[in-house]
Design a protein around this ligand. Structure first.
Ligand SMILES: [Fe+2]
Length: 430
């Protein structure tokens, strides 16, 4: 199910009237999160600023951009009411964790590569000499395990069509078909990550001054741009697992992305604090707002979903801290004051420890239509994209996110450092 089309909820005539009013309003950002027109389909305005290398890639993949690019979503299919939005992708299906039974030595994957380079001790690995489009299932399974262990894995100089990217995403989970995000023409599930376009065509108000304000309190203040530390799509029944961003237009300098490890953030905590957090649950909210059917004039409300605060990864079996500043709203079972204090501390552990992070410099390929891929595990990480190029050089990519398991916490599971036999010595800690 990709949209509201299969929802079973009934709307009353007054609901329909309100819904139509909202959808026709250019000032209300309910549901869609942007003040754009009702026009949908291929956007001719995007062609004016389409980077040459992106064009090469899209045309080589047979994507029809003759009438415009990207594909703007149909607002009439975007839910307005909270119950509709919450019901999206609430169905049951079996999720297969591809990394779970993969060869821990990853012989098929590493054997075919010319180099495997670790960016930092525990976060980030670059694989050289392999094309993602050529991977067989065994290699894809091993890559899923490597991503789960190393948090993020990079491949430069890739010839990767959006169709192949989607195929990979559907292999690693169910690729999320985002109902309100710009997409590659004809390919729901391949989201377009193109801040230049969001600014110029959709009116995204992103400037040098405001692109980090969300770091202070991202839920009370509007967050502009991707620089605030965050995790993609945490409010779903099955939040995102593997996410794959392929950039085909990259500034010569700037636009780096950083990732921080949730395993390592958990291991930064004292053993007694870990025990306190183990088994706790928290409320996670959506990025977009929707209306409460019973009280539509009270303004947009976010989808709220309860997940474990400490989760166990199904492939590695390691515990990790599942929080992020933009979407973790409240820890259950403690007072709101305690929740706020604890969450702010946990956000900072993630955001401020350089030894649990990796910063990646994307590099443009010399081959026409080629790009660079970052494949990360959204469960065990947060990321932040620097906007230091300020849109002066193009940055365009396509993103596919695979939704993973229903989050769980296994009290028998170990932390990463426990599992790897690394020191958890606390003698100088207190
Ligand atoms: Fe993101």
């Amino acid at each position: 199910m990709s949209t509201t089309a299969t929802l079973h909820l009934q709307s009353s005539p007054i609901d329909k009237e309100i819904e139509n009013l909202i959808k026709s309003s250019k000032d209300l950002a309910v549901g869609v999160g942007e003040k754009s027109s009702n026009q949908f389909g291929p956007d001719p305005a995007g062609l004016d600023i389409l980077p040459e290398n992106t064009k090469e890639r899209l045309l080589a993949a047979g994507i029809d951009i003759s009438e415009g690019y990207p594909w703007k979503p149909d607002k009439s299919r975007v839910p307005v009411f909270l119950d509709e939005a919450t019901a999206i992708r609430d169905d049951d299906y079996e999720y297969v964790e591809r990394g779970k039974n993969a060869d821990p030595e990853k012989k098929a994957l590493f054997g075919a590569a010319t180099a495997v380079i670790n960016l930092t001790k525990h976060v980030g690995t670059e694989i050289v000499g392999l094309q993602l489009e050529d991977l067989n299932d065994k290699q894809k399974d091993e890559l899923a395990l490597l991503v789960a262990e190393r948090v993020v894995v990079f491949f430069r100089d890739q010839k990767l069509s959006p169709q192949k990217q989607l195929e990979l995403g559907d292999y690693w989970g169910r690729a999320e078909r985002h109902p309100q995000f710009s997409q590659v023409n004809g390919l729901p599930g391949v989201s377009v990550i193109w801040v230049d376009y969001f600014r110029k065509s959709l009116g995204l108000n992103l400037t040098y001054k405001n692109n980090s304000l969300g770091n202070w309190d991202a839920q009370k203040n509007t967050v502009w741009g991707p620089q605030v530390w965050h995790t993609d799509i945490v409010h779903e029944k099955r939040p995102s697992g593997i996410t794959h961003l392929h950039l085909d237009a990259i500034p010569n300098v700037g636009g780096d992305t950083s990732w921080a490890s949730g395993y390592a953030a958990y291991d930064k905590l004292s053993e007694s604090f870990k025990k306190f957090l183990d088994g706790k649950k928290a409320v996670y909210v959506s990025a977009h707002g929707y209306l409460d059917r019973k009280n539509p004039f009270s303004g947009p409300k976010k989808i709220e979903r309860v997940h474990p605060l400490v989760r166990t990864h199904p492939a590695t079996g390691w515990k990790f801290l599942y929080v992020n500043r933009t979407m973790t709203k409240r820890i259950l079972g403690v007072s709101s004051v305690e929740s706020e204090l604890i969450l702010n501390y946990l956000f900072e552990v993630y955001e401020k420890n350089a030894d649990i992070q990796a910063r990646f410099k994307w590099t443009p390929s010399s081959k026409p239509g080629y790009g660079t891929s970052a494949i990360w595990d959204n469960r065990v990480s947060q990321h932040s994209a620097a906007w230091d190029h300020e849109g002066n050089e193009s940055r365009h990519g396509t993103r596919v996110t695979s939704l993973a398991e229903i989050p769980y916490f296994d009290p028998e599971s170990k932390s990463q450092r426990e599992a790897l036999g690394l020191s958890l010595d606390e003698k100088d800690f207190f």
